[in-house]
Design a protein around this ligand. Sequence first.
Ligand code: IMP
Ligand code: MG
Length: 184
Amino acid sequence: MRSEMEKDILKVLVTEEELKQRVTEMGAELYEKFEGKNPLFLGVLKGSFVFVADLMRACQLKSNIEFIAVSSYENATESSGRVRINYDLQQDITGRHLVIVEDILDSGNTLAFLKQYFLAKGAASITIVTLLDKPARREKAVTADLAGFTIPDEFVVGYGLDYAQRYRNVPYIGVLKPEVYSNH
Ligand code: IMP
Ligand code: MG
């Protein structure tokens, strides 16, 4: 497929094939854990939109999907530490078993905030699923219950993850060339 974005990619960290295989495994693991429990998948927008679509189809449970949109980055590559809700839950989550689906666990600010927020709203249980885990940069004591890949301390794009709202449709996880940031 032709791509306008490929020339901006320095290297591929996780290939399409590796993503597919791991997401299939993660779906099977969640099936075992939640069979008969009617979980509510909660996708954290925008970054998780590709992952949550694939993960839900890899997990053939009777389940529902809900979304919340948060931001903390303001077009930079480092978290500002503050989390803002841009689009809130559209349903009551009291008593529900939540499966929070994130693209990446980095500083932990987002998930630490969301976990508290959902518990305060009455969730029965919270399971944190993240595609990527970058433990080197953790500021809050948050751990994922299920993580796809542990990655080094590099800023990545693709499979939903962006840089300045671009590259979300790159089908693999990659690292951008340094000049892409300096030309921004
Ligand atoms: P945290 O709050 O620092 O854990 O960051 C969570 C959010 O920051 C993620 O949902 C991403 O949207 C964004 N983020 C963190 N690291 C990266 C990265 O390497 N590439 C793209 N987005 C990232
Ligand atoms: Mg995000």
